[in-house]
Structure formats: C-alpha cells, structure tokens
Write a protein of this length. Structure first.
Length: 105
C-alpha cells in the first residue's frame, strides 16, 4: 500500500474510533494531532493510537501495554498476539473507562 493510501486508511480508523467512543457513551476526552489520537479517561489514564506510515502500522499504547497492528486482509492484526485492533481496543477501553464495551472497527 502506498504511504498516501495508508494515511487515508489510518484517518478513517481514527475517525471511527472517535465515533465509537462517543456512541458508547464513554466518559473521555479525545485530542487529535495529525495521525495521533490521545484519549484521556476519567481516572486520568490515557491511551494513544497513532499511525506509523513508514512501518505501515497502527500503534496502540495503553495502561496495559503497547501493540503494533498491521493490515491483514482488511483487518488490523496485532503483530505479536494475532488479535484484532477491535478486540484489543475494546478490552483496553473497558479497563480504563470502567465500562464494558465492544468496539467494532
């Protein structure tokens, strides 16, 4: 995938995450700086999701750890565990927000 194509896809993923958090009613603040989305939760914890164009990966850092996701047949898949971004993000947001959520990207 070209760098431009990756960045466009990354923008769509970050937009979708913001929309899903709003729809879920999670108490949070979101700050977007280019291809970096920082989510702050009520307990003062943060989560950062960003696109790494050179690596063509989406990175997620949260209180429970850090993950790198690559596109595998249209899904963002963790390079170590094989879990999808939706699965890991749902678990991380649930833990940091104190609300059980399922976020489907």
């Amino acid at each position: 995938m070209s760098e431009q194509g990756f960045l466009q896809r990354c923008e769509r993923v970050l937009d979708r995450i913001e929309d899903l958090l709003d729809e879920a009613g999670i108490d949070h603040d979101a700050d977007r700086q280019g291809h970096v989305l920082t989510i702050s939760f009520e307990d003062d914890s943060q989560m950062v999701i960003n696109g790494q164009a050179v690596m063509q990966e989406v990175w997620l850092a949260h209180r429970g750890g850090a993950h790198h996701f690559r596109d595998r047949e249209g899904q963002w898949v963790d390079t170590r565990s094989g879990e999808t971004l939706s699965t890991v993000l749902s678990r991380a947001v649930s833990a940091q927000s104190g609300q059980a959520v399922v976020l489907s990207l």
